[in-house]
Design a protein around this ligand. Structure first.
Ligand code: FES
Length: 162
């Protein structure tokens, strides 16, 4: 499954569980988390926040569930940023966005920032070339990303001290 397929699958999961009347019940939230883990391999803090929104509960409750259930795996990093490096995106600024991310987050060879909070990686085409440059953060698509917009997202949405 590539990044876009994963995002589509995750959106289907959010849509399905979001429509359930009992979406705020613990068993239902855990079922949603399990399905998302099948897609992403683990649950990042960003995914946990999204689950909380969909279920109508607090983020802290969802994060506690992830820690409580042995079958659920909390990500070793809090957020994952995927920068599109397809031809259109890289030519329209994606390459620079990736360089800025590596510099400001002090990304090491394993793709994880020095503070361990973010994993940064690239992907060939997110199939939204019309809005290049694009990136995904915890599965959410960001389009027309400028360096200024990127810094705002890192500070205000991910609350990183950059
Ligand atoms: S090249 Fe980035 S979405 Fe296609």
């Amino acid at each position: 499954m590539d990044g876009l397929d994963k995002r589509k699958r995750a959106e289907e999961i959010f849509e399905y569980y979001g429509a359930l009347e009992n979406r705020g019940e613990q068993d239902v939230i855990v079922a949603m988390l399990r399905e998302l883990q099948e897609v992403y391999g683990c649950i990042t803090a960003g995914t946990a926040e999204r689950v909380a929104d969909v279920a109508g509960v607090k983020g802290a409750f969802v994060r506690a569930l992830v820690r409580m259930y042995p079958t659920l795996k909390e990500a070793a990093f809090l957020h994952e940023i995927i920068v599109c490096m397809g031809k259109t995106c890289s030519e329209k600024g994606g390459r620079d966005i990736y360089k800025v991310l590596q510099r400001v987050l002090k990304v090491r060879g394993n793709g994880i920032s020095r503070d361990g909070k973010v994993r940064v990686r690239t992907q060939s085409c997110l199939k939204h070339c019309g809005t290049a440059p694009n990136m995904l953060i915890d599965g959410k698509l960001y389009t027309g990303v400028t360096q200024e917009k990127l810094m705002g997202i890192l500070k205000n949405e991910l609350h990183l001290g950059v």
